[in-house]
Every structure is written in structure tokens, then in C-alpha cells.
Design a binder for this molecule. Structure first.
Ligand code: HPA
Length: 291
């Protein structure tokens, strides 16, 4: 059901105007939104900032509450690509008590779309379900299993103009971008990401089920954002960093501390920086619509 006076759209537009007021005087028009996940904060250092805005300063914008998630919007250039670096995201598990939690989770995606971003790139940390996966591996998301989280399109349609009511998800993760990203390094993997609500990590029995379903890595984010990005007409890419490898028998002995520890290791950070710098160089020279 559509709703005539949709306060959510008003809130998105208020946030958009607030950000535009900061960026327009600098003649800065972002084309890409890059969500920088748990502990992947070093990626933000790749952006030459034009303006840095704390989420908490932006009207209606959800501010993060998790350790390792800072809550900063960094507008600037990464290898010459004008972008919004979104450092820190809201997870469903943080806002599940609210009346419309998914609207909160995907608020930044609507803001990015309304600001003119044409490409949405999500990064996250995940547990590796596949025996071949190693800590520090990068996996491009080929497809996802999203039915363990509420679908972000449930409820009234937020009609921004042009976004579908029923949303096909064929080629949700843009094939050309997956190929481009994988061309950076043959060690980059591709696979299926499954998101659970958290905040628990998985039981042994759950892991065995997830493997049977065809999932290659498991996390707690990204899927709602990517669905909304697609619904708003953006191209999408999802990249997962494997921070722990789950045992063959299904035992997942990881902890948030271990995940953050891996993310802050110099080798992993160096690889991430190299791969993302190269990716945006390639984007810059591709003359794509989102540059
Ligand atoms: N499970 C769920 N989420 C995660 C994991 C995991 O093993 N590692 C990092 N995020």
C-alpha cells in the first residue's frame, strides 16, 4: 500500500538537503556510496575528504552504537571517484526494538540514492563456511540468502519515484562489477553470502544447515542495504572479508574481539587498501555511468 504523506521520505529529504548544503558550495556531487563495515575503517583513509560529517549531525540519520563502527560520512575522492564513504552502519540487531527497524537500517542508502549516487558498494566482515576459505580472504558476493532477516521492502512502499513495488532480484549484484573486482587478484573469491540477525554467532547445527543451503560465508548485514540500493536503481557490489573460518563440524568459536583483531592486522589492512584502491582506479577509467 502506498501512503500519501510519507514522513520517512520527508526525513530522507531533510537529511539530503542538510548534506547538499555542505557539499554544493564545494561543487561536490557524489556518484558512489561505499559502506565501510565493522573494523574496515582503514578504507576511509583512502578517501581524500572534501567534507566529513558525523552521522549524529545529520537530521534523522541513524548513528551507530557498536564498538568498531564510528559513524562518519566522508565525502571526497577515492582515486578520483567522487564518493560518500559511509564509515559505520546500523545493523538490524541494533534497532530491532524500533517500530520500523529496516527503514532505519537502509536510511543511508536512500540518502545516497537521493543525493545522486549510482553505485552502492557494501563491505562487511563474515565467517567462512567453505573449507577452502582462509582468514583474510575476500569474497565478492555473487548472490545472497536473505530470508533470515525481514525484507526491507515490507510494509508501506516508500515511493521515491521509479522504485518498483515488487522487486526482481535477478543480477542483484552487478555482474560486470563482480568481474571487474575479481580481475584485481586471482585469489579473490566469489560466493553466496547469508545474513542472520545476530547478535549470536551460529550454533553447530545452524552452520550445517547454512552450508546445505549453499551459503559460503555468514554475516549480519549488507543484504537489506543492497536490496534497497537495487530498488532505487543503483548498481551494486558486495565484498566480504572473512575474519574467521568455521570448523568442518560446524563449530564457530569466534568472538567480536577476534573479528576486530583480524580486521586490524596490518597484512589484512594492506591488502584491503590495495584492492579497493585498484578497484576505484578501474572504475575511474571505465567511463561508467556511476563515475
Ligand atoms: N558469523 C556471523 N557474523 C560474522 C562472523 C560469523 O562467524 N564473523 C564475522 N561476522
Amino acid at each position: 500500500m502506498k501512503k500519501e504523506n510519507d514522513q520517512y521520505i520527508d526525513h530522507v529529504q531533510e537529511a539530503v538537503r542538510f548534506i547538499q548544503d555542505k557539499l554544493r558550495p564545494k561543487r561536490f556531487f557524489p556518484r558512489v556510496a561505499l559502506t565501510i563495515g565493522s573494523g574496515l575503517g582503514k578504507l576511509a583513509a583512502l578517501i581524500k575528504p572534501v567534507a566529513t560529517i558525523p552521522y549524529a549531525a545529520i537530521p534523522h540519520y541513524p548513528a551507530s552504537t557498536v564498538v568498531g563502527h564510528e559513524g562518519l560520512l566522508i565525502a571526497g575522492y577515492l582515486e578520483g571517484v567522487p564518493m560518500l564513504g559511509l564509515k559505520g552502519r546500523k545493523h538490524y540487531y541494533e534497532v530491532a526494538h524500533l517500530p520500523t527497524p529496516m527503514d532505519t537500517v537502509v536510511f543511508p542508502v536512500h540518502v545516497a540514492a537521493s543525493l545522486g549516487c549510482r553505485l552502492y558498494v557494501a563491505t562487511n566482515a563474515s565467517g567462512g563456511l567453505k573449507a577452502q576459505f582462509r582468514i583474510g580472504d575476500l569474497m565478492v558476493i555473487r548472490s545472497h540468502i536473505g530470508f533470515f532477516l525481514p525484507n526491507p521492502l515490507l510494509g508501506i512502499q516508500h515511493d521515491f519515484g521509479g522504485n518498483s513495488y515488487f522487486q526482481p532480484l535477478a543480477d542483484l549484484y552487478t555482474p560486470a562489477l563482480r568481474t571487474l573486482f575479481r580481475s584485481i587478484d586471482p585469489a579473490i573469491r566469489e560466493g553466496v553470502y547469508v545474513a542472520l540477525s545476530g547478535r549470536t554467532f551460529e550454533t553447530q547445527a545452524e552452520v550445517l544447515v547454512l552450508r546445505q543451503l549453499g551459503a559460503d560465508c555468514v554475516g549480519m548485514s549488507t543484504i537489506p542495504e543492497v536490496i534497497i540500493a537495487h530498488n532505487r536503481g543503483m548498481k551494486t557490489l558486495g565484498v566480504s572479508l572473512v575474519t574467521n573460518v568455521i570448523a568442518k563440524d560446524g563449530t564457530n568459536a569466534t568472538s567480536h574481539e577476534e573479528v576486530l583483531g583480524v580486521l586490524s592486522s596490518p597484512l589484512v589492512e594492506e591488502k584491503l587498501m590495495h584492492v579497493f584502491r585498484t578497484f576505484f582506479q578501474k572504475i575511474k577509467t571505465s567511463n561508467a555511468e556511476y563515475v
